[in-house]
Design a protein around this ligand. Structure first.
Ligand SMILES: [Zn+2]
Length: 461
């Protein structure tokens, strides 16, 4: 099967050009002009941008949470991702207490295999660090699972102490793994939460007040110090505040290998969402929480400067009914919000159409950088000869209106309800096949493949 996309503007992180794209089978055969090969299908991309398929490296699909689960499984979640122009996801598999990393990986693989419609991989969260778990890290990296996540929040459940963080960082640097870290000062936050509840402050708004920016900045600073001590790289997930970003920028200035991710919710929404009535405000309870407008502006500046390299979603959807469990006690509201479907559209609208990011930088933070950092380049993240033919045909003159009534995520609200965004997705190709047309998933069920990822960075070269 050969497809020719004609007369579009091909955008990669390092530049854009008017060009045709020849797809042969699952891969891009060539980018250029004057192709005379016979093809099975011609797509006219006049006036359209041809973007590399998005790479979302922070999702929580089919994740157990106490006696409930996130609302999207790997089928619904990846169909939503595809409809939003994301053709690769890297999800988080979490180690159970007493369990091995291998068991976590196997469990998540069972949930994804035959369900996911886009290509996928896993980071493994280390929640119970034992010597045998440290030893396991090398074998996972060797088979293409090359990143690990640690928590500085949620003491007693997921948090590792500094000695554990240091050990994992050192081990990861030795074996070619990249450590992702959830940086919030868990013990301090838990104290604030207990105080708030004891004082009768139970409304969802107190979720944000008990997780102040300083608790994020403290953890980011500590994580950077530990990475420096371990001589390891570090990737900070879902960065939300200006003071935490200052720590990242200062560390990078000193030449440390520190990277950061933020999410559309921190770029587009603010803490004003918590002023709504509790049943609505609960839908915006996530960790870290939404922040004041000044933090949002700082994050945009960090993206422009390059101190933040990746925009991922932290897609962690819970239904209104699940959220309502905590209306009398904010600490019982399941944390997280849906976002996998509209990352590309929100970032294009607010970033590119809004004049904050070049279209190349948009492609960089949404596809190229996450692919590179997590060992998926050059296969993913670029439209280039030899790469997988994951291509979004994007109409910059179109519009996208967001609503829970029309989205594909299996959750009964959308944090961006009613917004009309500049830009629209016409078609999405994944490994050469049209899988989305006119906001409908038209690909085969369960077509996604598990990706073997390369080890991280120069340390393994
Ligand atoms: Zn997350």
């Amino acid at each position: 099967m050969r497809t020719l996309l004609r007369h579009g503007t091909v955008v990669n992180a390092n530049g854009q050009q008017r060009a045709d794209v020849l797809v042969d089978g699952e891969r891009v055969a060539a980018v250029g002009a004057g192709f005379s090969e016979s093809v099975d299908c011609v797509i006219d991309a006049t006036g359209r941008l041809l973007l590399p398929g998005g790479v979302d490296v922070h999702t929580h699909l089919d994740m157990p949470f106490g006696d409930i689960r996130t609302a999207d499984d790997f089928a619904s979640g990846t169909i939503a991702a595809a409809c939003g122009g994301t053709t690769t996801v890297v999800d988080y598999a979490t180690q159970a207490k007493g369990g091995s990393l291998r068991e976590a990986l196997d469990e998540w693989m069972t949930r994804a295999a035959g369900q996911a419609v886009v290509d996928f991989g896993f980071h493994v969260c280390i929640a119970d660090l034992r010597p045998d778990v440290e030893a396991e890290m090398a074998s996972l990296v060797a088979e293409g699972v090359t990143s690990f996540k640690l928590f500085m929040a949620y003491p007693g459940r997921l948090m590792l102490n500094d000695d554990g963080i240091l050990r994992v960082l050192r081990r990861a640097a030795q074996v070619g793994g990249l450590v992702c870290i959830h940086a919030e000062d868990g013990p301090a936050i838990d104290a604030l939460v207990r105080e708030a509840l004891a004082a009768g402050h139970t409304a969802p708004a107190y979720h944000a007040r008990t997780r102040p920016p300083a608790s994020e900045a403290e953890a980011v600073g500590r994580a950077i110090a530990l990475a420096e001590t371990a001589e390891a790289a570090l990737y900070v997930v879902h960065l939300s505040s200006a003071t935490a970003l200052e720590q990242i920028a200062a560390a990078r200035e000193r030449g440390l290998d520190i990277m950061a991710e933020t999410c559309p919710q921190y770029l587009v929404l603010t803490e004003a969402a918590y002023d709504a009535e509790p049943a609505e405000a609960a839908n915006f309870v996530m960790s870290p929480p939404l922040r004041p407008p000044a933090d949002q502006q700082a994050l945009w500046a960090g993206l422009e400067r390059g101190d933040i390299q990746v925009v991922a979603t932290d897609h962690c959807p819970f239904t209104r009914a699940d959220k309502a469990r905590g209306l009398d006690d904010f600490s019982r509201i399941p944390n997280g919000a849906p976002g996998i479907e509209h990352r590309m559209a929100l970032l294009y609208d607010a970033g590119v159409a809004g004049g904050r990011l070049s279209v190349e930088r948009f492609v960089d933070v949404a596809a190229a950088s996450p692919a590179r950092l997590f060992g998926l380049a050059p296969r993913k993240g670029a439209i280039a000869a030899g790469a997988d033919a994951d291509i979004v045909v994007f109409d910059p003159a179109g519009t996208t209106t967001i609503s829970a009534a029309t989205h594909h995520m299996r959750v009964d609200y959308n944090p961006y309800e009613g917004r009309t965004l500049r830009g629209a997705i016409d078609l999405v190709l994944a490994r050469g096949e049209v899988i989305v047309s006119g906001n409908r998933y038209v690909g085969a069920p369960g077509r996604g493949r598990c990706l073997r990822r390369d080890p991280f960075g120069p340390r393994t070269a």
